[in-house]
Design a protein around this ligand. Structure first.
Ligand code: HEM
Ligand SMILES: *[C@@H]1O[C@H](CO)[C@@H](O)[C@H](O)[C@H]1NC(C)=O
Ligand SMILES: *[C@@H]1O[C@H](CO)[C@@H](O)[C@H](O)[C@H]1NC(C)=O
Length: 360
């Protein structure tokens, strides 16, 4: 089996309102959001993003993305969706990469890139700032000076090297290849390589940030000792509902901690290492956790706080896998698009993903 690490960046949910405007503006944002939540506080967020919010869906991609963001279509694709390379490319095997036919088909180069990703670990960039339209899934993690050196991104240097090596290997076949897309495709590939991992719909076409502009605001990440309220606020400012937050926290089903508690360096957050299952929820909320796991205080808080406890315990039910994986995919899909301005212009390359495998 693959290395278990789906090895994400620790989530970076910066918000400009904290960094750049007054505290009052921040409060106002949260209140507006709270009003929007009335009546649907426990479902996935249905808030539209970027050009879909301002001008609507005007392309087939925009239409699919809109329906997923509004939770009227699933964020997953089943194993019957498989990309096939153009015939002129397919005939040439690995050599097909360097062909006109491949260059003319946006997903073609990705069908080659996923092969090394399928056998490696990857890391997406979540630092994002929707309120001012900077940051987000824009590659800044690797492109902006100093972002990778931040404490919240500790331990990601290897993944960064991997991403940049893929960019170096493949960009001559696809001049528009961006680090922002590599990070996000890496994340969805990594997720589906774990047994139980949803096959999350995957679009490409994110522009990279200009590496010369300063990196996104710092100190805006939830930390392992943040309260549930703080975590919910940070996510809410990025359009996530409480359901989304609780679902996303389930990524810790495949994580390990190293720096949070050095005495237990390497400890996983549930007992089924490398399996993308919902067991994490029951084990995190247990009064007496199983031996060998380390639970983050932030997850413990989410499992007990009045605002999230019932959501958490739904995912802790023995039969919650399907529901959780679907809701995780929906929330992750939103995360993967934050900060991208032209959602109508993206291309669906979901068919290049490895096939999903059930929980053993
Ligand atoms: C709710 C707020 C979150 C907090 C406070 C948080 C906190 C943390 C912490 C403290 C670590 C371990 C760092 C270490 O000690 O080495 C970690 C690891 C990890 N987190 Fe989160 N996290 C959050 C949300 C997320 C989300 C939304 C995802 C993915 C969708 C995610 C995916 C991961 C993964 C995959 C790892 C393991 C990284 C590795 O093994 O290299 N986390 N998180
Ligand atoms: C909740 O529902 C309202 C009304 O349908 C909608 O305007 C709002 O965007 C929704 N909020 C979220 C977070 O889904
Ligand atoms: C990913 O790896 C698995 C196991 O080695 C292999 O069966 C599968 O074909 C690979 N998928 C892709 C898309 O590379």
């Amino acid at each position: 089996m693959l290395p278990p690490s789906l090895s994400f960046a620790v989530l970076a949910l910066g918000t400009a309102v904290y960094a750049k405007a007054s505290f009052h503006a921040a409060l106002q944002d949260i209140h507006i959001y709270a009003r929007q939540q009335d009546g649907n506080a426990t479902g996935p967020s249905t808030v539209l993003l970027a050009d879909l919010a301002t001008g609507g869906a005007v392309t087939p991609s925009g239409e699919i993305i809109r329906s997923i963001l509004q939770n009227t279509a699933p964020a997953t694709v089943d194993n019957s969706i498989v990309y096939t390379r153009p015939a002129a490319v397919a005939n040439r095997g690995q050599g097909g990469l360097d062909s006109v036919a491949c260059r003319q088909d946006t997903c073609c180069v990705w069908s080659y890139i996923v092969a090394p990703m399928n056998t490696s670990v990857t890391v997406p960039d979540f630092a994002q700032d929707g309120s001012v339209g900077s940051g987000g899934a824009d590659g800044s993690l690797l492109l902006s000076a100093g972002e990778l050196q931040r404490s919240e991104n500790r331990g990601m240097g290897n993944y960064a090297d991997l991403m940049l090596s893929w960019r170096n290997a493949f960009s001559r076949y696809a001049p528009g290849l961006t680090v922002a897309d590599l990070i996000q495709v890496g994340a969805t590939v990594a997720t589906v390589t774990c047994p139980g991992g949803p096959r999350i719909r995957t679009f490409v076409g994110r522009p990279d940030v200009d590496g010369r502009i300063p990196p996104p605001a710092q100190h805006l990440l939830p930390s392992p000792d943040s309260s549930a309220a703080t975590i919910l606020e940070l996510f809410a400012a990025k359009t996530f509902s409480a359901t989304d937050v609780v679902a996303l926290a389930g990524a810790h089903t495949v994580s390990h901690q190293y720096v949070t508690e050095p005495r237990y360096a390497g400890a996983p957050q549930d007992t089924t290492d490398g399996v993308f299952d919902s067991r994490f929820y029951a084990e995190t909320e247990a009064a007496v956790p199983p031996a060998g796991i380390y639970s983050f205080q932030s997850d413990k808080q989410l499992s007990t706080d009045a605002a999230t406890q019932s959501l958490w315990s739904q995912y802790a039910q023995p039969d919650a896998q399907t529901k959780w994986a679907e809701e995780y995919a929906t929330a992750y899909f939103r995360l993967s698009l934050l900060g991208v301005q032209k959602l109508n212009g993206l291309t669906d390359c979901s068919g290049v993903l490895p096939l999903a495998k059930p929980v053993p």
